[in-house]
Design a protein around this ligand. Structure first.
Ligand code: GLU
Length: 379
C-alpha cells in the first residue's frame, strides 16, 4: 500500500501548479475578515514559484465566509439563497484582495468564476481552458472560484477540492497542492485515534485509502478528507500529481518545497498523455476533416491543424466535439477536439488563418484543431 522509501517528486520539477486555498485558512471565522498576514506570506510562496518560471493558478474559497459577515447572516448552515447572496458580496472582496497581494508583488491576477457545466461540458470546457491558457501565456495568475451566486444545489460542486482537481486537469497542470487544516492523510482520523500516522505517499488510491478518509456521511463530507480523496482521484486520473499539506502555518508551500510533512498522491500518467487517452478512447467522433499532404506532414511533425490544410469537412459537429483526421489516401491519421462548428469549419476550409475573421465575422482561434487537443495514430 504505502512504502516509506517511495521517492516523492521534487517541487522544482513541475511546470504548472494549482494551489487550492480553503476558507478556513483564508478567513478568520470569528471576525469574518481575511487573514492578511498569512495571505501575504502565501503570496510570497506563490511568487517564488512564479519566479522559478512555473505557471501558477490559485483556486480560492472564501466568498461565502466573507459575505456572510458583511450581510450579518446567522452562524450555521445557510439557505441556498443566502449563500448565493453571501457569495455575491464576498467574491468582490476576495478578488480585490488577491489582486492587491499579487499586484504588490508585480503579478497580475485574473478572476475566473466557473460552474460545474464549465468543466463538465466539452464546449464550455474548451472556453474556460482557452481563457486560462491565455492568462498563463501572459504570465498572469488565474484566481478561480465556483460561481456560487448562480450555482444551485443540483449543479454545483459545493467544495473547492474537487473543483480545484477539475481545474488542474483542465489546465493540464502537473501538480495540485491542496492547502488544508491537516498535514495530510492519516491512517485514521487523528482526533479520534492517537496512534494514527501521516502517510507520506499514496501511489494509488485504493479502497483502503478511501476508508482512511472516513465515511461519506460524516461532518467531513464537505471540504473534509473525503472530498480531498475524491479530488485525488480526479487529479491522478487526469495525469496530475496532488499534495495535501498543512496550510495553517506561514509559508506552507515553502515548507513542502523543503521536504516538510505532507501526503503525495502520485499519478502514473502526465496531463498530456491522460488527455490524449481521453480523446482517443472515450469520445465518439462526430465528423471527419480531410487534410492535404502538406498538413498531414505538418501534423506528424507536431503542428496544429490550420484551416488552410483542410480539403473537405464531413459530418455535423459542434465546437469541442471529437472528429477524425484523414490524409489524402483516406487513412485515419488521428483524432482531435475541433475548435469550430461544422458549418464554420466548412466556410474556412482551405483558407488562410488571417481570413477567418473576415469570413466568419468573429475573431476565433486560428487553429481548427489545436495540437494539445489532438492525438495521432500510434501516439
Ligand atoms: N466556493 C465556496 C466559497 O468560496 C467554498 C467552497 C469550499 O470551501 O470548498 O465560499
Amino acid at each position: 500500500m504505502t512504502r516509506p522509501h517511495l521517492q516523492v517528486p521534487d517541487l522544482a520539477q513541475f511546470r504548472r501548479v494549482v494551489v487550492k486555498v480553503g476558507s478556513s485558512l483564508l478567513v478568520d471565522q470569528a471576525a469574518g475578515l481575511i487573514k492578511r498576514e498569512w495571505l501575504e506570506a502565501l503570496a510570497d510562496d506563490l511568487v517564488a514559484l512564479h519566479r522559478a518560471g512555473k505557471d501558477v493558478l490559485v483556486v480560492s474559497s472564501g466568498s461565502i465566509a466573507l459575505g456572510r459577515t458583511v450581510l450579518k447572516l446567522p452562524k450555521g448552515d445557510l439557505r441556498l439563497e443566502d449563500s448565493q447572496a453571501a457569495a455575491a458580496v464576498g467574491q468582490i472582496a476576495l478578488a480585490r484582495t488577491w489582486a492587491e497581494v499579487l499586484g504588490d508583488r508585480q503579478i497580475t491576477a485574473g478572476q475566473i468564476l466557473v460552474t460545474l457545466t464549465d468543466t463538465e461540458e466539452r464546449r464550455r470546457y474548451l472556453n474556460a481552458r482557452e481563457t486560462i491558457g491565455r492568462l498563463l501565456d501572459m504570465r498572469a495568475v488565474p484566481v478561480i472560484n465556483e460561481n456560487d451566486t448562480v450555482a444551485t444545489t443540483e449543479i454545483r460542486y459545493g467544495d473547492n477540492d474537487r473543483l480545484a482537481a477539475r481545474v488542474a486537469t483542465m489546465a493540464s497542470a502537473d501538480l495540485l497542492i491542496l492547502l488544508s487544516d491537516i498535514e495530510g492523510l492519516y491512517t485514521a482520523p487523528p482526533h479520534e485515534d492517537p496512534s494514527a500516522v501521516l502517510i507520506p505517499v499514496v501511489p494509488r488510491i485504493t479502497f483502503e485509502i478511501e476508508a482512511m478518509a472516513g465515511g461519506a456521511a460524516s461532518e467531513l463530507s464537505r471540504g473534509g478528507m473525503r472530498t480531498k480523496i475524491e479530488a485525488g482521484k480526479i487529479a491522478t486520473t487526469g495525469g496530475t500529481h496532488m499534495i495535501i499539506a498543512d496550510g495553517r502555518i506561514q509559508h506552507p508551500i515553502d515548507r513542502v518545497a523543503k521536504g516538510g510533512p505532507c501526503t503525495w498522491f502520485l499519478t502514473p500518467s502526465n496531463p498530456v498523455t491522460a488527455r490524449k487517452k481521453w480523446i482517443a478512447g472515450s469520445l465518439e467522433p462526430r465528423g471527419t476533416l480531410h487534410v492535404d499532404a502538406g498538413a498531414s506532414r505538418a501534423l506528424m511533425a507536431g503542428a496544429s491543424l490550420l484551416p488552410a490544410g483542410v480539403t473537405r469537412v464531413e459530418g455535423s459537429f459542434s465546437r469541442g466535439d471529437c472528429i477524425i483526421l484523414r490524409d489524402p489516401s483516406g487513412a485515419e491519421i488521428g483524432r482531435g477536439l475541433v475548435a469550430f462548428d461544422s458549418g464554420e469549419a466548412g466556410q474556412i476550409t482551405g483558407r488562410n488563418s488571417r481570413e477567418i475573421e473576415a469570413v466568419l465575422g468573429i475573431a476565433g482561434r486560428s487553429e481548427l484543431v489545436h495540437r494539445d487537443d489532438m492525438v495521432l495514430v500510434g501516439e
